[in-house]
Design a protein around this ligand. Sequence first.
Ligand SMILES: NC(=O)c1ccc[n+]([C@@H]2O[C@H](COP(=O)([O-])OP(=O)(O)OC[C@H]3O[C@@H](n4cnc5c(N)ncnc54)[C@H](O)[C@@H]3O)[C@@H](O)[C@H]2O)c1
Length: 367
Amino acid sequence: MKTERPGTPGQTYRIAAIPGDGVGAEVVAAGRTVLDALAADSAGAFDFAWTEFPWGCAHHERTGRMMDEDGLDRLADFDALYFGAVGWPTVPDHVSLWGLRLRICQSFDQWANVRPVRFLPGVRGPLRAADEHELDWVVVRENSEGEYAGLGGRNLAGRGPGGEVAVQSALFTEVGCERVMRYAFDLARTRRHRKVSSVTKSNAQQYGMVLWDDVFRRVAADYPDVETESVLVDAMAARFVLRPQDLSVVVASNLNADILSDLGSALAGSLGLAASANLNPERRFPSMFEPVHGSAPDIAGRGVANPIGAVGSAALLLDHLGRPAEAARLERAIAATTAAGVLPRDLGGTATTADVTAALVDHLGDA
Ligand SMILES: NC(=O)c1ccc[n+]([C@@H]2O[C@H](COP(=O)([O-])OP(=O)(O)OC[C@H]3O[C@@H](n4cnc5c(N)ncnc54)[C@H](O)[C@@H]3O)[C@@H](O)[C@H]2O)c1
């Protein structure tokens, strides 16, 4: 563990950085550089005190654990957590994900996962419409239950080869559905297009998803100023491609939102662009900010990872810390960087992680 505490006066935000595995280290380093540049330019108004935790698959190989036993206690007092990605071929994915990222999200009740989909100037996405319309929408993902509740088990292996069974149950509670839907409606009220689209699959999943629909109708009645619709997940996948301009806030269960937000960022140009916030809206625990992508073992260590998803997540972190002006400044720097044609390989360019980071820092001066 390494702590650096810059000495400037003003407000100091204590941030725990957990780079994790693969490109996680590269993109978190880029995000820290951009955040520190913003702080250095704040005339002493704020700065960041970083504490880095070396948890992840390499830690697991050394210790048999993805994070230290007292890790959650050590994270609990930070203002926010800045996360890279977890997962490496040396540790089974369900062990690495449940041992670190999902452990933090569940223990800190980060029940709303906010994932903006943003189409950037200069990035040629596969959607032609992106060139004609201003496209951005937000996926609000239920982040504490649903299909990722971790309920179930494996049994009957004793029957011999081919005889084992597994049950993986999805859990839907009224409380869980209602709080994430209210979050989505409140968010819609802050946007130009006041609309919430609920993603369902109640035609096939007649218990959990029917409860989801019932709660959505009940919550919607409290927001008569917000337009609503309920769309089956398969139809919503098609809508992301065919009529994205109709979307503003999309609220969905854990698995459905996970899949749809990857689709959204791929349509915007690359998974490397997508940002996310795991929020505990009551602020009883620190919230965690991370790019949507994984550890990308295929490109890790080569200095070519796209840091924009991690830097966009840093903008969400600033917003959460009550600094919306600085968050907007970061968003503008991202758009100015792509508009200037400084694009990493996943967006068809040749810029390295360091080139993109330097351009982002330069464009902070634009505002
Ligand atoms: N939140 C998380 O920590 C998280 C999320 C997804 C996957 N994972 C883990 O990551 C590992 C790899 O999974 P995967 O390959 O399915 O998904 P991935 O997101 O790591 O990679 C998918 C594809 O996107 C590319 N990509 C991802 N991030 C990029 C970036 N910043 N810049 C440029 N290209 C980028 C990769 O090169 C790859 O081709 C697995 O162990 C998986 O469990 C972790």
